[in-house]
Structures are given as structure tokens and as C-alpha cells.
Design a protein around this ligand. Structure first.
Ligand code: ING
Length: 308
């Protein structure tokens, strides 16, 4: 038995005017609740410290950069690291990273139980656009504000197992899970901010978005025999609704915990990492069953590339 008692800390909306200090106070309350439920690890959403600012069209780089963190930890987030160390709890959360040499990434970190950062991931699959388009009912400008991640899909030995991270749109791409699966990942943690409606497909509403959220995470878990913990930033941010539906999925693709609200809500589940072994030994025994001689297209540029 290699139990990781994981807490999925879904967060309700963060309004544009809300301060990082106010958000950190909410995150600390969730962390204290997780401690009360003996969590070993707490997972927060993508861009957990601020509103989902890529919905706003900005032209002034100083205004854009105000949404980013230059250091981690920093004055606003240090209370999180101090409380996590005191609780003996590992944590993962997403934030906008501005590096010392001026690069902008949609980033997530993983700490150990002493609040030391042991892993960093930078979002590879950036959805949305780089330019404002008046035809869209709302904007999704991640390609304007972030660069694609430059760290690949690493995994880390942590909490007695092998952990990996990805972020939001990454969860829709089988390649994301497979690269980590090929490294033996046993638990993938991720956060997301997913609009309840599709700015380019009027009739696609929240129920379809929630279905695709479950489908993507359950498929990734089953097809790589890994736990997946997917955590929403949910609810209406300045009038822009986002889905909740945070969930914990086991290596057989079963949902073992799921959020009921669109607010701050904690899910906790005791994940036995040994449960990943059967799938890795039978169906997904990569060494015995993969036929890479037929997989070339997956890493090729051929085929129609959809216009931006
Ligand atoms: N958000 C959305 C997501 O991938 C999206 C964007 C929604 C793309 C629905 C396609 C369909 O969940 C982020 N932040 O990636």
C-alpha cells in the first residue's frame, strides 16, 4: 500500500478586483480543512492566485505583467508555504510566471511536505488566440500573454510514488498523459479554468463542457493507468461563468470523487499508488505491447494544421 491522501481544492470565482492576499486566505482555509482530513497533498487550480485574466484584452505590458509573479514564494504566497510546512503537506498550484529574463509562462509547481519546490511545469498547449476578435462573445488570449511551456512533461519521485503535472487545455491532449505515462507516472495533478460556454460554438453549454472535462481526465487516467486529480477554478468571474466539476479519477478511469458546487470545495480521496500497477503490467505494458514503428505521425508535422 502506498497511500497518498490527496485533497482537490476547487476554488470558486476570483473577481478581477480581488487581491492576492484575499485569495491566499481562501487557499489557507482549504489547506486547514485538508489538514483536518489528513491530506498528504493539496492541489489547487490553474492561475490560482488571480482571476482568469486572459479573458481581458490588454495592450499595456505593465498592466499584463501585474498579473504575473516574479518570485515564488513571494510576499503574497509565503503564508501558503509556511502553513504547508507546518501541516507537513505537499502542495501544487498554478500561477502566471514572469522569469528574471522576461519570459511569461502559465506555470504550476509541486512542493514536498516541507514546502520546498521540487517540480515546475509550464503549460504546453495554449488554447485561444493572440489578437482581440469582436466576433467572439468573450476573449481567450492565452497565446497573447503566455509562451508555450519549455520544460516538456516531466515527472518527479515524490510522496512515495511518481507524480506529474499538466495544466487545463493539456488535459484534452492524449500526448500529455502518454509522455508522463511512458515515464511511469502514478498520479497526474492539474488545474483548469474552463468557460461554461464556447465563444465559437453558441449551442455548446456547460453540460457538454463538463462531459468533455470528465471524458478527457478519465481517458488519460485509464489509458496510462494513473490517478488524475483535476481541480477547477469555477463560478462566475466578473460575469464570465466557468465550470466546476473538479474530480479525482483512479487508474481504471473511475471517478472516485467529484465536486458538487461551483465554490471553494474540498474533495479528499486516499489514493493507493499500488493500484496503478495492474494496468501497467497488463493492457498498458508499454515495453511489450507498443509498436512504435507505426506511431511516426504522432511526432510529425504532417497533416492539416488548423489555422490560428
Ligand atoms: N481553458 C479551456 C480548456 O481547455 C477550452 C479552453 C475550453 C478549450 C473548451 C477548448 C474547449 O479547458 C484553458 N485555460 O485552457
Amino acid at each position: 500500500m502506498r497511500i497518498v491522501n490527496v485533497a482537490a481544492a476547487q476554488m470558486g470565482p476570483i473577481q478581477k478586483a480581488e487581491t492576492r492576499q484575499a485569495v491566499v486566505a481562501r487557499m489557507l482555509a482549504l489547506m486547514d480543512e485538508a489538514k483536518g482530513r489528513d491530506a498528504d497533498l493539496i492541489v489547487y487550480p490553474e492561475l490560482a492566485l488571480t482571476t482568469f485574466f486572459p479573458r481581458w484584452f490588454m495592450t499595456d505590458q505593465a498592466e499584463v505583467d501585474a498579473w504575473f509573479e516574479r518570485d515564488m514564494p513571494n510576499a503574497a504566497t509565503r503564508p501558503l508555504f509556511e502553513r504547508a510546512a507546518r501541516h507537513g503537506m505537499a502542495m501544487s498550484f498554478g500561477y502566471a510566471e514572469l522569469t528574471s529574463d522576461g519570459h511569461h509562462f502559465n506555470t504550476a509547481i509541486l512542493t514536498d511536505k516541507r514546502a520546498r519546490i521540487i517540480g515546475k511545469y509550464r503549460k504546453v498547449h495554449l488554447p485561444g488566440h493572440a489578437e482581440f476578435d469582436p466576433k467572439r462573445s468573450f476573449q481567450h488570449l492565452e497565446k497573447r500573454y503566455f509562451e508555450p511551456g519549455d520544460l516538456g512533461f516531466p515527472v518527479w519521485r515524490a510522496l512515495g510514488g511518481v507524480l506529474g503535472m499538466c495544466i487545463c487545455n493539456d488535459r484534452r491532449w492524449p500526448e500529455t498523459y502518454r509522455v508522463m505515462g511512458l515515464q511511469g507516472v502514478e498520479m497526474v495533478v492539474l488545474g483548469y479554468n474552463t468557460p461554461s460556454v464556447n465563444s465559437q460554438k453558441k449551442d455548446e453549454g456547460a453540460q457538454k463542457r463538463l462531459f468533455h472535462n470528465r471524458l478527457s481526465v478519465q481517458a488519460g487516467a485509464y489509458q496510462n493507468s494513473t490517478f488524475v486529480v483535476a481541480v477547477a477554478k469555477a463560478g462566475s468571474e466578473d460575469g464570465h461563468p466557468m465550470i466546476g466539476g473538479s474530480l479525482i479519477v483512479d487508474p481504471e478511469g473511475e471517478i472516485v470523487a467529484q465536486a458538487k458546487t461551483e465554490d471553494d470545495e474540498l474533495l479528499v480521496h486516499a489514493c493507493d499508488l499500488d493500484d496503478t500497477a495492474f494496468g501497467k503490467k497488463t493492457i498498458f505494458d508499454f515495453a511489450r505491447h507498443r509498436r512504435i514503428e507505426h506511431y511516426g505521425l504522432i511526432t510529425s508535422q504532417t497533416g492539416a494544421i488548423a489555422p490560428d
